[in-house]
Ligand binder design. Structure first.
Ligand code: ZN
Length: 228
């Protein structure tokens, strides 16, 4: 009842186009949802993201459901997730993403999920790690542990948003430490937006120095060709 009244006073708006949303629709209207820039990587074992990642890290599999570009609905949603205190967007993207992949997909064979960590100070400022709910949803669906403390971000790296490719690689190299021993053989490393793969490579290299044998990577979106 109260919720219904609140919905009249504060209708939810679509994060893509700003129009008000019918009650059952979350985050995006039907139209904006139909306009989501899907990658269609799920049917391609050697998709462009995997080929890009394999130049730096021997990943088993790599996937992101959506492309990220300025002003597309995914960019607006992920902005809400990161900067407007909307951690639940992570659940929504995870659900869309999980549903796109067939059950036999390699990403669904991992035996634990590890999120790319924020520096503790930044996580405290934001109140959450934006990749955590995304990764947690996957761990829950797969019935495997979610290892949120496995990696530690040692350096408070500057935001990568305005950096060139070269600067990004330098900034994150050696930024991560493995905090706990691992006996898991195939880890699923999750991040929000994959751009150059520098952060995932630094995390993956730290994990491969331990007992981890295989790494797959998963992002909410792939920002292909947006850097000089
Ligand atoms: Zn819309």
């Amino acid at each position: 009842m109260l919720q219904d009244l609140l919905a009249v006073w504060f209708p939810q708006c679509c994060w893509g186009c700003g129009l008000s949303l019918p009650k059952k629709q979350q985050w995006l209207c039907v139209y904006c949802q139909s306009q989501l820039p899907k990658t269609y990587f799920e049917g391609d074992k050697n998709n462009p993201l995997k080929l890009m990642m394999r130049q730096h890290l021997p990943v088993e599999s790599a996937y992101a459901p959506f492309y990220f570009s300025q002003n597309n609905p995914i960019q607006k949603l992920l902005h809400a997730l990161k900067y407007q205190s909307k951690p639940k967007v992570g659940d929504w993207v995870a659900k869309q993403c999980y549903a796109l992949l067939p059950q036999q997909h390699l990403l669904k064979q991992c035996d634990a999920v590890v999120p790319v960590p924020l520096h503790p100070r930044r996580e405290k400022q934001r109140g959450y790690n934006q990749s955590a709910r995304f990764g947690h949803y996957w761990a829950k669906q797969l019935g495997v542990p979610f290892l949120s403390n496995m990696l530690l971000r040692k350096n408070e790296t500057k935001t990568l948003v305005r950096m060139s490719r070269k600067e990004r690689w330098k900034e994150v190299k050696n930024a991560f430490d493995v905090e706990t021993d691992t006996h898991y053989k195939h880890l699923l490393l999750v991040d929000d937006v994959i751009t150059t793969g520098a952060t995932l490579t630094a995390c993956g290299n730290a994990l491969l120095k331990q007992a981890t044998q295989k790494i797959s990577v998963l992002g909410m979106a792939y920002a292909q060709n947006i850097l000089p």
